[in-house]
Design a protein around this ligand. Sequence first.
Ligand SMILES: *[C@@H]1O[C@H](CO)[C@@H](O)[C@H](O)[C@H]1NC(C)=O
Length: 298
Amino acid sequence: MKLKGTLQAAVLLLVLIHLQISEAIWFPWYFHRYGLEPHSARHRGAGGGGVTAPAASSGKQTMPAGGANKDKNKGGPTCPPGFELKDPKSVREATRICDDNPVLMQLARLYVVSPERIVLLLAQPSLVDSCAEIRDVLSNIHAATSKCVLAPDNIYGKLSEGLDYFKEVVCESDCEGSSRKRFAGLLEAQNCIREMRTDMIECEAPPDWYETRNKSKLCLIYNDVLDCYYTRAAMLCGIEAAKQLRSFAADSMGRAMNQKCEVSKKLPRVVNAMPSLATSSTPMGMAIVTLVLILIFC
Ligand SMILES: *[C@@H]1O[C@H](CO)[C@@H](O)[C@H](O)[C@H]1NC(C)=O
């Protein structure tokens, strides 16, 4: 059924491209998922800027089965599904669909082009500097989408959500914050995680994997990436940091994806795991460190 919908959407897309070559150039990729026409085509002659009064001429887009949007869509009969109004009074504003290019440009500043690249931000040389830039990026994205709405499955919108989660856990200074507390071990192991940068890049899945509509395939790849992070981190930074990295990656990447995947309960077996990272603070670790320092300096 999904496949049929995809085919229909593809055919519609081809027809639209054929009919409206000039408009096809800016045609956002996510429109065809719903079998939508370009927004301006539905409001032709009414200004063309996207901010227009609802036109009654063409009201027969395919509506999705999801009931959640039904009521909210009442205010704008030509508003595509998923683009429901934030506030019924601001019909003119809310019916505008965001151009997602500014969002893409902001994410590009951080090289956030995939869910994995959000996790990779953990390995940046300075988290303080990264967090400053992340805050700036997120506030610009917020500004760019404050007077319009992104499709709920827009990939750049999703990546922004993942980034927002990263900010919440890693960048907020509230030490009592529950998510920050949950990943305290991961943040303590930051020096080690930084050393993992290359390993983390090697764990990344093929380009655009997160756009597949085959959920079992999507979730398989997702769990492979998580297990790869876990294995590499366990070898370099110890099991505790590895577990936390895996959960953090699961959460942040999960928010950046269009379908929810279950995280596998089974951890990969790592035979040559690093003994706990906290070694240097145990008496034995201290003794070794002291001995090494004595050997170096004396
Ligand atoms: C979805 O992906 C799985 C695993 O790669 C594959 O076995 C299955 O045939 C795919 N299903 C569809 C409908 O493409």
